[in-house]
Design a protein around this ligand. Structure first.
Ligand code: FE
Length: 250
């Protein structure tokens, strides 16, 4: 029997509690990265080298407010194609994907699902095969969801994305979130439908009031990260990455 060539690696940035995913077809020796973080650039390059994989694509599920993307430097170093979803303001990318678009990586077909709500440019990626896998960005987190209070976020749209798109996927679909703050690594659609407090609501207004009650602070890097991410991770400061923050009062 032929081995399954699909390789998934979940990589973590502890500064922003971001999960980055390496997806690879090991037969074709090609890979893509979902939501790479600028600070982790060297570890991605090392991993690709160690596994003898050519990086074909680097993509962001949405324009992030809490960390700086590694899309630009990855393109510079590896020659990969960079992607973000319509209507993203990340004009720096090579290509925009839209709802239903297929990203082909060797024998792997990843389907983009437009899931606005956390931001108006949020997408999830579904891999249908022997196993069903869903990379949810910040739309669906483990026992949580993304917030909806900036970057054209909308609780009404988030409710619609969750209930009419993601929860319609097969129960056994593995959920790989874009962040986790408690150490959870993966879940399933069934588990989230049953146990995620934000999915126990009857309408978008109930979801909105749950989110409202959280009284979340803005991410500390928001004013730096969003403008930098619109340029694929370029900052106006000498060094990309966040080292420069060490000597700046936050
Ligand atoms: Fe986000």
């Amino acid at each position: 029997m032929k081995n399954n060539p699909v390789l998934i690696r979940q990589l973590f940035d502890s500064e922003s509690s971001t999960y980055t995913y390496l997806v690879a077809d090991t037969d074709a020796e090609v890979a893509l990265l979902i939501d790479p973080v600028s600070e982790k650039l060297s570890s991605y390059i090392q991993l690709l080298t160690d596994l003898s994989l050519q990086l074909k694509y680097a993509l962001d599920t949405h324009c992030h407010a809490d960390h700086i993307t590694a899309l630009g430097p990855l393109r510079d170093i590896t020659g990969c194609e960079t992607l973000a979803g319509k209507p993203s303001e990340m004009a720096c990318v090579d290509r925009f994907f839209g709802d239903g678009d297929i990203l082909q990586l060797g024998s792997i077909a990843l389907r983009a699902i437009y899931t606005p709500g956390h931001t108006d440019d949020s997408y999830c990626f579904f891999l249908d095969g022997e196993q069903q896998l869903l990379f949810t960005g910040d739309t669906l987190l483990i026992r949580g969801t993304g917030r909806t209070d900036f970057q054209n976020g909308s609780s009404e749209e988030l409710y619609d994305s969750l209930f009419t798109k993601l929860l319609k996927l097969p129960d056994q679909t593995t959920v790989f979130p874009g962040h986790d703050y408690k150490g959870w690594t993966q879940s399933t659609i069934l588990e989230e439908r049953q146990s995620n407090p934000r999915l126990q609501v009857k309408n978008w207004q109930e979801l909105d009031s749950l989110l409202e009650q959280l009284k979340l602070m803005n991410p500390k890097l928001m004013d730096i990260a969003i403008p930098a991410n619109k340029q694929c991770g370029k900052t106006s400061l000498p060094d990309a990455g966040l080292n420069f923050l060490a000597d700046k009062p936050l």
